[in-house]
Design a protein around this ligand. Structure first.
Ligand code: CMC
Length: 429
């Protein structure tokens, strides 16, 4: 709280708007009483200037290119931590002690299998369904399989639902993948770590031995860490809005997955790699850049730009380094997609249009390159983002549910439709 007050003059009256000071970031005008007192709404499509909640989980300084989880910089976490430790941090607010981490990891690991009946549920989908479509359906259906963790008013059930989703999302995404390629589902192997187990469920087949490559498992763990949470982005806001009605956690996370799928959000990793392939060769880049600058073309450079980062995306810096390590390990150097990616990055970073609009490669530009090199089809890129972001969605959802004055989300509008008019009988139209 603060003593600062902003004054709004409107129609001859003056209204006081309390100014709230966050721990970090710009001050926030409290307009909660504005409608009641002044009979006006505020207009902010895309929420570019609107804080819709209080949160103590993640902070982004877009100008500095800074991302903090519970205060810890993402670069330090990416270098020193693991995905499950970051999950603990996001969910409970502090880094775990060794005993807490061991207990948390064991709880997640013990929930990796899905209800056997779910296997039949999968078989109802077409084989060529996009795995994100399958995931939206299956995660939503978890409410039908795990009734005992849908009561949002019971903290124990909220906790069980959280652990179940963190544990089972990799299994569900891997099953969606296996189903799409016509291979048998692979059960989780709890002796492996979180990322290694996911690779195992995606790439092993019953007929052969599969040994998880530790460098690839580490790279996967890092991809997950870098995607774990990102403040009030579109899918997180969707989860909060869905949750504000009291909907069960599985339904809320399914809503988040649906929102993430869009190409302006999590779907950008798939779109970016497909765009690189579409460009095809380095000589086509200038023509493509020309199209990306021309608004009438409808083409955007996928994997570039961010609503909040206007300097650089700190996740992209780490991801780029990880991409180099993975490509080195796998001996991928002359692949045409990679050549196009490197040249596109070079040209865009020197081009006035991209510089003046502060459009830098984002996390999705590099994650697609790594996942492609690991052998994932592009359709699996966004499901992997969804696995990683699940902990962020759940942490934000839990934070919202625990709030004392939590209200259903209900934005207002600037109505521009017809004014009131009388119904005209059909025969007079
Ligand atoms: N290529 C070409 N021009 C662009 C691009 C781009 N990728 N991104 C923005 N612009 C232009 C846009 O045309 C506009 O120009 P003007 O000011 O002349 O009208 C200006 O830059 C600002 O764009 P905006 O759409 O108002 O910006 P935004 O903050 O609403 O959108 C964005 C952010 C991420 C949706 C957008 O940059 C974009 O569509 N990028 C490509 C998709 C992408 O990579 N998304 C992944 C984001 S990171 C992962 C995640 O969080 O999910």
């Amino acid at each position: 709280m603060t003593d600062k007050v902003a004054k709004l003059s409107l129609n001859g009256s003056t209204y006081d708007l309390p100014v709230l000071s966050p721990t970090l970031g710009p001050d926030v005008l409290d307009i909660r009483k504005l409608y009641g007192e002044a009979d006006v709404f505020t207009f902010d499509p895309g929420f570019t200037s609107t804080a819709a909640c209080e949160s103590a989980i993640t902070f982004i300084d877009g100008d500095k290119g800074e991302l903090l989880h519970r205060g810890y910089p993402i670069q330090q976490l990416a270098e020193k931590s693991t995905y499950l430790e970051v999950c603990y941090l996001l969910l409970y607010g502090e880094l775990p002690t060794p005993a807490q981490l061991a207990d948390f990891s064991a709880r997640v690991t013990n929930h990796t299998m899905v209800h056997e009946q779910m296997h039949y549920f999968f078989r109802g989908f077409r084989r060529d369904a996009h795995p994100m479509a399958t995931m939206v359906g299956v995660v939503g259906a978890m409410a039908a399989f795990y009734h005992d963790s849908t009561d949002i008013n019971d903290p124990w059930q909220r906790e069980v639902a959280a652990i179940r989703m963190i544990a089972k999302l990799p299994t569900i995404a891997a099953m969606a993948f296996k189903y799409s390629v016509g291979q048998p589902f692979v059960y989780p192997k709890n002796s492996l770590d979180y990322a290694g187990n996911f690779l195992h469920m995606c790439f092993s087949v019953p007929a052969e031995d599969y040994v998880v490559n530790p460098v690839l498992a580490k790279a996967m763990d890092r991809i997950m860490m870098l995607h774990a949470d990102h403040e009030q982005n579109a899918s997180t806001s969707t989860v909060r809005l869905a949750g504000s009605s009291g909907a069960n956690p599985f339904a809320c996370i399914a809503a988040g997955i649906a929102c993430l799928w869009g190409p302006a959000h999590g779907g950008a990793n798939q779109a970016a790699l497909e765009q690189l392939r579409q460009i095809g060769s380095v000589d086509k880049i200038p023509e493509f850049i020309k199209m990306a600058k021309d608004k009438t073309s409808g083409v955007r450079l996928m994997g570039f730009g961010h609503r909040v980062y206007k300097n650089f995306d700190p996740r992209a810096t780490v991801m780029k380094q990880s991409a180099d390590e993975v490509l080195d390990l796998l001996g991928v150097h002359n692949n045409p997609t990679l050549q196009v990616a490197k040249e596109l990055e070079r040209i865009a970073l020197e081009d006035d249009y991209f510089i003046s609009k502060k459009l830098y490669p984002n996390v999705d530009f590099y994650s697609g390159i790594i996942l492609d090199a690991m052998g994932f089809p592009t359709a699996m890129f966004t499901p992997i983002f969804a696995i990683a972001r699940t902990v962020g969605w759940i942490s934000q959802w839990k934070e919202m549910i625990a709030e004392k004055n939590q209200k259903i989300g209900r934005p207002r509008q600037l109505y521009v439709g017809p004014a009131k008019r009388d119904y005209v009988d059909l025969r007079h139209r």
